[in-house]
Design a protein around this ligand. Sequence first.
Ligand code: UDP
Ligand code: MG
Length: 327
Amino acid sequence: MVQQRPTLSIVVPCYNEEPVMEETIRQLSDVLNGLIGEELVSDKSFLLFVNDGSSDRTWEMITEHHERNPLVYGLKLAANVGHQNALLGGLMQAKELADCVISIDADLQDDVRVIREFVLRYLEGNEIVYGVRECRSTDAWFKRNSALAFYRLMKWMGLRVVYNHADYRLMSKNALEQLAKFKEVNLFLRGMVPLIGLKSTTVKYNRLERFAGESKYPLKKMLAFAFEGITSLSVEPIRLVTVSGFLFFGVSILAGIYSVLSKLSGNVVTGWTSLMLSLWFIGGMVLISLGLLGEYVGKIYKEVKHRPLYLIEQELYSLTGSLMKAK
Ligand code: UDP
Ligand code: MG
């Protein structure tokens, strides 16, 4: 049973977002104040800005706003740990104080007007509300199509994916408690959240251009993130390697029979080219397989180390004294 006026938290990971902070804080405060005014959420609701080891004035700006805007809370991580870890850090802190938490990027690419819709869906009893991009017209052709290929690949590997959903979503406290039980350190939140189950729904929105500043996900990082996502959640690639191993074994037996037969029939094989080609091909396959295995071994190594995903340096919460116990 969902209570009437839940406390909402909006978690925003920020890494060197100085050019957008002012506007982001203004817009999110307006939205949250609107929801409080409408009595959709409680007046204890807050914005939690997670500073992910920025080297610019991002944290100073959060602190300044915290001092004059009661909605603004801050969480300073001790070092830059990347978007996914920073977001998880924010979510885990926010769930202690809130009934439901929305995650959103600092750059205002995700339409803030949808927040109200998220809350309404939550009040209807949904534990997870996924923001789904309706059209990707603000993306370049390549990003649009590579993203589609990526979702198809994930689906084909048997992973539960929500098409065109990034990390713009609402999660209830209950859903976050479940997420906290996932002990993995190779994070790919948008692949993990659908594993939780619980009642969920989607809300469509249009993604806008970055308001200011630069994307922290250039092509190289984007591909790395996609690769990370797949190898963190699925062992399907390793299975493919095994399957292709058997396939090549079969082909080599056939080739062997063929060459013996042609030798017996007097046809001496002169094919240097085919020899070279197959050598290269098989060599490549072996290297890829080894690399893939290495990737998984590396991941296991990371998991068994159980390093903390983020370390908190400083917390700025409610000035009225409902300070959270430090963990
Ligand atoms: N971000 C972060 N730590 C990082 C990189 C990015 O907290 O190491 C934050 C960033 O400030 C933004 C969000 O993650 O709020 C998404 O990053 P960005 O907008 O650059 O990614 P894109 O939208 O281009 O995929
Ligand atoms: Mg962005």
